[in-house]
Structures are given as structure tokens and as C-alpha cells.
Design a protein around this ligand. Structure first.
Ligand code: THG
Length: 292
């Protein structure tokens, strides 16, 4: 699995002000820590960046590149800022993200080609959020065609079906799983990614890793190529690196319908099994899902 660290973003209480004040220290410390935690890409999310976004993105890219050689994933809704970042990014950058909204598509797709970047294709249509796996499939094909027309090859397209919080709508989560299991047939050369922490948005902080990790393993079974993750969840990084084969095997078996007696499992394993049930929609989510 290719891991993209999510932590450098404008919403963070330390990074937001540092970006605004052009204070390199907190940004460089976090970038270095993410690199040491073992992610492959560092996501740099400067938000809408309406005011002097190009200057901000250029500064932020140079600031991060001052301390690490990791590839960068650039995240802003401002196309001018995106281009400024691509200009100074070393190596092959990842554009996070391009959706099917016509104005942004027109401005941003050419940048992928011009800078030989990769792109995250976010399955957000003209009518907003897709309702099910089939709508996601149609959006994915549409995006692929439009990119291919400009000479962008499928291996540079990382499809993101948009994961939503389990506490909000389980059917959307299920259709993400279903879509992921279809993607290999729809577009074998395309890659995939997912904003993993979205799944646990709204869940009490200390419980979030169980949802994030279990969800990642479930998506791995369906062929997930990469994920945008909390770089500092070391257990999650270990799982992605293949260092927890027994746990992965347990999750796969339970997904296939095996029902292990809970008394035969460790306390930790029981938590994963309970979380699979919630993510499959077999038991209802509540903040106390691990207690029940
Ligand atoms: N797809 C793509 N890009 C994305 C997302 C996606 N980028 C943004 C987001 N979703 C993934 N990144 C995050 C980053 C942080 C959090 C969740 C998802 C998060 N942060 C904590 C919080 O808000 O409570 C703490 C932040 C802090 O203080 O550092 O939950 O789906 N392509």
C-alpha cells in the first residue's frame, strides 16, 4: 500500500497559523516526523487559498522540500496555487484532487499533463455526491475518458470514491466498498486511493484508529492501492507494510463470513471483529460499538 500522510493541513491548530504567518518551523517539524513515520507521500493541504494562493503554495512546497525528499500530494481548490506548487515540486507530484465539476476540470486536467503529475480523480459529480456504486462507476469512466483525451494515462489516475463517516450513513460506506471491488474490472490500470480518516470523523478521538485500521484492511481486500492516512498511527502503518499478516487474515476471513468465537480471540482482535460488523452494516454504529 502506498501511504499519503494527511497531517500537514490548514485545519490543524499548529499548521494553519504557521502557513498564514509563513513560519517554517512547525511545518518542517511535522513533515520530517511524517517522513520518519514511514509514509510515501506527504499531503500538503493549504485549503482554498484565495488570497495569494500561488505564493503560499510555492512557499509551502519549498519549505517541506527543505527537510524531506518524499513525494508531495498537493491539495488546494485554487488552480493557480496548484500550478505554482507543481512548478517547484521535485519529482512526480500528485494533484489532490480533480473532480468532475466542469470549471475545475478544464483548468486542472491540463496541469496533470503539463507537469507530468499524477492525479487523484475524486468521484464528485456535477450533481454532487454519487448515490451508489453504479454512479461512482459512471463518474470514474467519465473522468478516465476526459483525462485520456488529454493524453493522461490511466496509471496516473488515482480514483477516490469518497469515503464518508460511518456515523453519518452506512449505505455510502457500503457503496464505497462495492465500488472498490468493481474498479479492477472497470479500469484495471487505474490506481485508487481513499481519505481513510473520513470514516471516523465524528467518532471519539481515542476510538478512531479502530475504524480507520479496520476500514483500511477491508479496502485492501478489494484491491485498494493507496490511502490518505494519519501518519502517526503506527499500527496502521505496520498493517499497510504487511507487518500484521495474522490480523489481516482474520479480517479477511470474517469478511468472507467466518464467525470466530469471541472467546477464542484476543481483546484486540475482538475490537476488529466488532468493527467489521459495523462497517459491513450488520450492526448499528454508536460511539459505544466496541462495548456492546
Ligand atoms: N480524499 C482526498 N483528499 C482528502 C480527503 C479525501 N483530503 C482531506 C481528507 N479527506 C483527508 N485528510 C484528513 C486530515 C485530517 C483529518 C481527517 C482527514 C482529521 N484530523 C483531526 C480532526 O479534524 O479532528 C485532527 C487534526 C489535527 O489537529 O491535526 O480528522 O477523502 N482525495
Amino acid at each position: 500500500m502506498v501511504l499519503i500522510g494527511e497531517n500537514l493541513n490548514i485545519m490543524s491548530q499548529t499548521i494553519g497559523p504557521a502557513l498564514k504567518e509563513r513560519n517554517p518551523k512547525p511545518i518542517q517539524e511535522l513533515a520530517k516526523a511524517e517522513a520518519e513515520a514511514g509514509v510515501d507521500y506527504i499531503d500538503l493541504n493549504i485549503g482554498p487559498a484565495r488570497k495569494a494562493g500561488d505564493e503560499l503554495m510555492e512557499w509551502a512546497v519549498n519549505t517541506v522540500q527543505g527537510v524531506t525528499d518524499k513525494s508531495l500530494s498537493l491539495d488546494t481548490t485554487n488552480p493557480v496555487a496548484m500550478e505554482a506548487g507543481l512548478k517547484v515540486a521535485k519529482g512526480k507530484a500528485l494533484i489532490n484532487s480533480i473532480s468532475l465539476q466542469p470549471d475545475r476540470l478544464e483548468q486542472e486536467l491540463p496541469l496533470v499533463k503539463k507537469y507530468d503529475a499524477s492525479m487523484i480523480g475524486l468521484l464528485w459529480g456535477i450533481e454532487g455526491m454519487p448515490r451508489d456504486a453504479n454512479e461512482r462507476a459512471m463518474l470514474a469512466v467519465d473522468l478516465m475518458y476526459k483525462a485520456n483525451e488529454l493524453g493522461i494515462p490511466n496509471e496516473d489516475i488515482w480514483i477516490d470514491p469518497i469515503l464518508t463517516p460511518v456515523s453519518v450513513e452506512i449505505n455510502q460506506v457500503k457503496s464505497c466498498f462495492e465500488f472498490m471491488s468493481m474498479l479492477g474490472d472497470i479500469a484495471p490500470e487505474c490506481k485508487s486511493t481513499i481519505g481513510l480518516s473520513n470514516i471516523s470523523n465524528g467518532t471519539p478521538h481515542h476510538l478512531r484508529p479502530y475504524l480507520n485500521r479496520t476500514c483500511m484492511i477491508m479496502l485492501m481486500k478489494y484491491g485498494l492501492y493507496s490511502a490518505i492516512v494519519d501518519a502517526f498511527d503506527s499500527e496502521l502503518v505496520q498493517i499497510a507494510r504487511g507487518e500484521k499478516p495474522e490480523l489481516v487474515d482474520l479480517v479477511y476471513r470474517v469478511m468472507d463470513g467466518e464467525k470466530p468465537g469471541l472467546s477464542s480471540l484476543s481483546e484486540e482482535e475482538v475490537k476488529y471483529v466488532k468493527t467489521i460488523r459495523v462497517l459491513k452494516g450488520e450492526s448499528l454504529y454508536s460511539h459505544s460499538w466496541l462495548e456492546i
